[in-house]
Structure formats: C-alpha cells, structure tokens
Design a binder for this molecule. Structure first.
Ligand code: FES
Length: 114
C-alpha cells in the first residue's frame, strides 16, 4: 500500500504522512491530515528552508534541516535546538494559496541547485 492510498483510506489505520510545501516565497504549508498550518518558509535561527523540515504529526512540530531546531506548529515556540526567535505560524489558510504548485525539482535546503 502506498502512502497516498493510506491517506485516502477512511477509518482506523496509520495517520497520513505529513507534508510540507512552499506556497509563497515567505510561507510553507504544513498539512497533517486535515490540519493545515502556514509557517514562515525560513527558520528564525539561520534561515534554513523549512520546506525540507521534518514534521512530527503526532506532536505537531517541525524540525529545521540545518541545525535541527524544533518548533511547535501551534505556537511557533522553539522546543529544542539552537536559541532563536519564535517561528511565525498562521493557522488559517487563505483560499488563493490552496492551489499552490508542487515543489520545484532541484531545490535544496540551502537554496536552488545550480
Ligand atoms: S537554520 Fe534552522 S536551526 Fe539553524
């Protein structure tokens, strides 16, 4: 069974795999099942690209791929990792962002591939 078919299957079973996608230059959309959270695209520590972050859907947290700061996606508070400001998070999803394009091949956590 693929992750996509598991996500579409109703009833009990494994939770759908969380996804992170870039929706504007400044924002990523984190989807954990039906929950959608908009967050800053860049980590407040040293600007790591959170579209490559690891999401813990059970704890509603995202971990930056560069130095592994972890942020609560409900409050934006850093829960571990290097000291830095709070991650900007928004719970509401503006309609015009719902149909954002899929990720661009070649993107990396450090910037676009050359
Ligand atoms: S840039 Fe995100 S933890 Fe350092």
């Amino acid at each position: 069974m693929t992750a996509a078919s598991a996500a579409a299957r109703p009833g009990p079973g494994p939770a759908p795999e969380p996804t992170v996608r870039q929706v504007t230059e400044d924002l990523v959309l984190v989807e954990i099942g039906d929950r959608k959270v908009l967050a800053a695209a860049r980590c407040p520590h040293r600007q790591g690209r959170l579209k490559f972050g690891r999401v813990d859907g059970d704890r509603l947290r995202i971990t930056c791929p560069l130095h592994y700061s972890t942020f609560d996606l409900a409050s934006g508070e850093r829960t571990s990792g290097p000291a830095c400001d709070t991650l900007r998070v928004l719970d509401a999803l503006p309609e015009h962002l719902a149909a954002a394009p899929p990720p661009t091949p070649g993107d990396t956590p450090h910037g676009a591939a050359s």
